[in-house]
Design a protein around this ligand. Sequence first.
Ligand code: GFB
Length: 314
Amino acid sequence: MTTPVLFPLTGKRVWVAGHRGMVGSAIVRRLASEACEILTATRAEVDLKDPAAVRAFVGDTKPDAIFMAAAKVGGILANDTQPADFLYDNLMIAANVTEAAHRHDVGKLLFLGSSCIYPREAPQPIPESALLTGPLEPTNEWYAVAKIAGIKLAQAYRKQHGRDYISAMPTNLYGPGDNFDLQTSHVLPALIRKAHEAKAAGADHITLWGTGTPRREFLHADDCADACVFLMQRYSGHDHVNVGSGEDIAILDLAKLVCEVVGFTGEIRTDPGKPDGTMRKLMSGETLKAMGWAPRVGLREGVAAAHAWFAESQ
Ligand code: GFB
């Protein structure tokens, strides 16, 4: 049975912070089927790292609800090489938006985190209760610490001020509008690009980073957006909620799937000189499943759609 709606979006003014990003744009697409007014601001209009600018925007536009989809994001290498940016930018964004929401009486806020908040050696599948039970994965601890602070901000404003601020923790996401830059992207867009370009160039191989043995769970951005809208409407609680697909795959098997979808038949090589990161981070999706939510986009279908989007954008 699906959990009832506690916070209807009908007639509400809803700010999607980060509406140009992959997740933010998916939330905007998803909200098109709700009778709400969508508010957006570009980075040039409001710098989310500037407290006064965020406060002024929220005061002027008076949203009823905020989806916090804005973040500095990137793959394993970007996280590992720009720790100050990943920590500072994400801390500032979380703190500024949450504080401005409280000051201007925004009724509901959903903060979006990441599965990297969990300890490196967390039990698999990872329950929400594993948060802060052990050391983090070093390649992304800076981003993880900022995202943990975002969860704690939502909980603190709930506890001290009675605010209905909640958090969702999505797994590794992919989809249209993803970052396909090979140095800074996540693995899935990187593999799509590598296979696509190798096929076009008639190359005989592509090379993965790391050993290919780590496992990752992937969720399409449209499923993530649907889960965020679901939680915004139907969840009110202190604890963050995992948002995943419930299945993971080894990176080498993912590469094979991508090559099949793209039509690249060459060799797949590995590069153990590049970091593997955490070996596994499959989340438990039981909380959200028990509320009546399920993902819709299968991995092969989603990869094909992401590849089509990439090919068209070239
Ligand atoms: O997606 P990814 O960069 O991030 O890497 P994480 C996942 C796995 O894919 C790692 C391997 O084991 C990589 O070594 N991989 C293989 C590749 N080939 C490639 C490639 O060409 N590019 C990339 N990027 N990876 C991120 C965190 O961790 O996940 C962030 O750094 C965030 O903080 C995000 O949480 C969701 O899954 O390791």
